[in-house]
Design a protein around this ligand. Structure first.
Ligand code: NAD
Length: 375
């Protein structure tokens, strides 16, 4: 009997993505799997059931979960969804283990083998499975578009019969995957772009995209290509030096993050007070509390004429391509586990072991185990 891979309709509020797309169905079928998709699973991503060629469309959520050997999801499962998962089945998704230890405990109690896509090690071999990158690229692109939309000015320089319009200045703080895509998008829209990051390796990347790197003389390289948290003294120095640059921005896009820590507060109220009336801040770090002290995650506020937009789950706002890229990440992760139509993961593989959360009634990730047991 072939292995059944099931894709339910996402139930989290505002989630428009779906964990499958048609080319992935064809590839999973070739690998010997049977794909089941819940009725309407792709509706919010503009993918009708009829587009899931090769998959069996299942109208009852309960039936879908009861048949599933492997469940593919975007968002972590709710308690009701965990209750429906078949004992001993496999769950793969962005499971946000640090946000909800109770959920991991519940998955473990049901003997679910769960993999968190965001825990896949960021090594070259796993780039095609990297959901943090695929979804951050989408968020970065959309942040530039949001900035252009909320700004009371054009981004490009325009030479018109009514005079010459100066281009907008866009400043990007945090030049990881999202920041780089925000730079590229703002440049394509014709803005003058400057960017800053505490990792010195980003300088060349910023310049290669035609933007100017803001030099502050503060570097904070951490481990694994990530930034470390700044000391209190460095933070103060950074805020003061950055404020002068930020005062000249029409749009400020902030994406700074440090793994496992709340978003660094880089933009205090005094910096916002120094900004132009009509300037816009897009705080992409809102999910982790935001890079601006005035940020209200999920809200848009206006402070002294400066709009502070702090959207949550931005990739879901580009659901067609976000779903496509996410589904391909899942396929690339799943492919080595499906051999000859059977599910046979090599748990000694560092990519598989890195993503593994729960298996055979044990919490396999040491940090999460500590979190759950201490909870
Ligand atoms: P991230 O989302 O963790 O952080 C975004 C950016 O914020 C980072 O560039 C970080 O340096 C910066 N930042 C943190 N604190 C800051 C501060 N106080 N001031 C200014 N900037 C600050 O980053 P990400 O997009 O996940 O990328 C992190 C690293 O992972 C990068 O080195 C990237 O090249 C690397 N990466 C590797 C792979 C791979 O090999 N598979 C894939 C993607 C990214």
């Amino acid at each position: 009997m072939s292995i059944k891979v099931a894709v339910p309709k996402e139930t989290a509020e505002g989630e428009r993505r779906v964990a499958i797309e048609s080319s992935v169905i064809a590839k999973l079928s070739k690998l010997g799997a049977e794909v089941l998709v819940e009725t309407g699973a792709g509706d919010a991503a503009h993918i009708p059931d009829a587009a899931f060629t090769g998959a069996t469309i299942v109208s009852s959520t309960r039936d879908l979960y009861q048949q599933a050997d492997i469940v593919l999801k975007v968002q972590p499962p709710s308690a009701a969804e965990i209750a429906q998962l078949k004992e001993g089945s496999v769950l793969i998704g962005m499971l946000q283990p640090y946000q909800s230890p109770e959920r991991i405990a519940a998955l473990n109690a049901k003997n679910i083998t769960s993999f968190a896509m965001e825990l896949i090690p960021r090594i070259s071999r796993a780039q095609s499975m990297d959901v943090l990158s695929s979804q951050a690229a989408i968020a970065g692109y959309k942040a530039a578009i949001m900035g252009a939309d909320l700004a009371p000015r054009f981004f490009p320089m325009l030479t018109t019969a009514a005079g010459t319009i100066r281009p907008s200045k866009v400043i990007i703080i945090g030049v990881g995957v999202a920041g780089l895509q925000a730079i590229a998008t703002a440049r394509r829209l014709g803005a003058v772009v400057e960017a800053y990051d505490v990792r010195s390796a980003t300088k060349e990347q910023v310049q290669s995209l035609g933007a100017k790197f803001i030099e502050l003389g503060i570097t904070a390289e951490g481990t694994g290509g990530y930034a470390r948290e700044l000391t209190a003294e460095e933070k103060q120095q950074q805020q003061e030096a950055l404020a002068k640059h930020i005062a000249t921005a029409d749009v400020l896009i902030t994406t700074a993050a440090v793994p496992g820590r709340p978003s660094p507060k880089i933009i205090p109220e005094s910096t916002v007070d120094g900004m132009k009336s009509g300037a816009v801040i897009i705080d992409l770090a809102a999910e982790g509390g935001g890079n601006c002290t005035l940020t209200q995650p999920g809200k848009t506020i206006v402070h002294n004429g400066v709009t502070i937009h702090a959207p949550l789950n931005v990739p879901s706002q580009v659901p067609v391509h976000a779903s496509e890229m996410y589904a391909k990440n899942l396929l690339n992760f799943l492919t080595p586990m499906l051999k000859g139509g059977t599910y046979a993961p090599d748990f000694s593989d560092e990519v598989i072991a890195g993503a593994l959360l729960t298996h055979e009634g044990k919490i396999m990730n040491a940090a999460i185990r500590q979190l759950v047991e201490g909870a």
